[in-house]
Structure formats: C-alpha cells, structure tokens
Design a protein around this ligand. Structure first.
Ligand code: SIN
Ligand code: FE2
Length: 207
C-alpha cells in the first residue's frame, strides 16, 4: 500500500507486514522474550508503574526505573545481554529508515487490554538524525502525534497490525503517545492486546 505523510517527517506505511510476516514476527519475538522476559518499568522518582510491560533486543535496550530513563546493554533482571535483533527488523530498517547505520535498540512494548502511553518525546538517544521506526502488531491503537513543543496541535492516527510508522527529520522529537487500544480488532495475539516495536539508532557512528 502507498505511504501516507501524516506530518512533515512522519510517514505511515499501512499494512507493511502482511499477515504471514506478522505471525513470523510474533514467533521471532517469542524467542526474544524467552531469553529477555518482559519486565515492569516504573516512572523515574515516583516509581509509578507504566501500563505496558517491556523488553528489548539489539545491542542496547531502553529501561526506566526510579533512577531514570536510559539505554543499557543488559536486561535489568537477568543482567544478560539483550538478544540480537531479528533479521526481519534489520531488513525493515534498511527499507524505510533512510539511515546508513543499523539500529542499535528495539524496544518491545506489550500492551494488555486497557494499556496506554502518555504523550512523550523519544530523546534519550544521541543520534537524532536517525528516525524512529515503529511497528504495530495485534489490536489497533489510537496513536497521537503533535509537534516538538508540548501542548500544541496533534493528529490522531489508527495503527493496525502490520502497520509501520516512521518519524524522523522535523518529526523526530515530536510528542507522541497511545490514547487507547481498540479491542477485538486483531486475532494475531491469542489473548488480544498489542505489541509495539520501536527501532532506534542510539549512538552517533564514530566519525
Ligand atoms: C512509544 O512511543 O514508545 C510507543 C508507541 C506505540 O506504542 O505505538
Ligand atoms: Fe515513544
């Protein structure tokens, strides 16, 4: 399907992954999660739990705990390195990111029924010249994206299973979040819910 420009720098690729590839991707993720189990992130300082559970694959993983947000090379509970990023995701990055180096981090967000994500910016990386590449699997989510300053106008986009959304350039630091899931919109995950994958370049390549 053709790509849709949602905002300058933010491009939606509806149905990028056909159903068979979505199933294969979920199988890849089950292997990742067997090694790097989902953990419960909490907000810095307050310790309030996120409504999603998380894990990561790739050289670096994003974590949040009372000490803050950061990237680290190992799982917070097991201490083991994150599993490698599946080839299917590396190939996606090559196809849509328009960035010469590979991604270093893939954050896995697991949304149970009722989970959401408040508006935020992705800004814990050094390489803001690389886009964020985001994959949706399972139930449709209502995604909201605005500008680089908080509280400006926003647009709402429904992200269905298999959709890929890329935000880079002028949208790289756009505020974004998930207002809600639309239950019963996909049969990919047997208990419903949604998986979001966000691929990112963290470090600037050595000059
Ligand atoms: C995120 O911004 O980390 C998640 C976005 C999404 O779930 O689509
Ligand atoms: Fe984000």
């Amino acid at each position: 399907m053709t790509a849709i420009e949602v905002l300058p720098g933010c491009v939606l690729h509806p149905g990028w992954f056909p159903p068979a590839d979505q199933t294969a991707l979920v199988d890849d993720l089950r292997r990742v999660l067997a090694e790097a189990p989902l953990f419960q992130p909490v907000m810095p300082r307050t310790g309030k739990p996120f409504s999603v559970r998380m894990s990561n694959c790739g050289a670096l993983g994003w974590v949040s705990d009372r000490a803050g947000y950061r990237y680290q090379p190992g799982h917070p509970a097991t201490g083991q390195p994150w599993p490698p990023m599946p080839d299917r995701l590396l190939a996606l990055w090559d196809a849509v990111a328009g960035y010469p180096q590979p991604p270093e981090a893939c954050l896995i967000n697991w949304y149970g029924p009722g989970a959401k994500m408040g508006m935020h910016q992705d800004r814990d990386e050094e390489a803001f010249d690389a886009p964020v590449v985001s994959v949706s699997l399972g139930d449709t989510a209502v995604f909201r994206i605005g500008g680089t300053s908080r509280g400006g106008p926003t647009r709402s986009v429904r992200l269905a299973s298999g959709d890929v959304i890329v935000f880079g350039g002028p949208a790289r630091l756009a505020h974004h979040g998930i207002d809600r899931l639309v239950p019963g919109t996909s049969t990919l995950l047997k208990d419903g819910g949604r998986i979001n994958l966000t691929l990112r370049r963290v470090t600037k390549p050595a000059a």
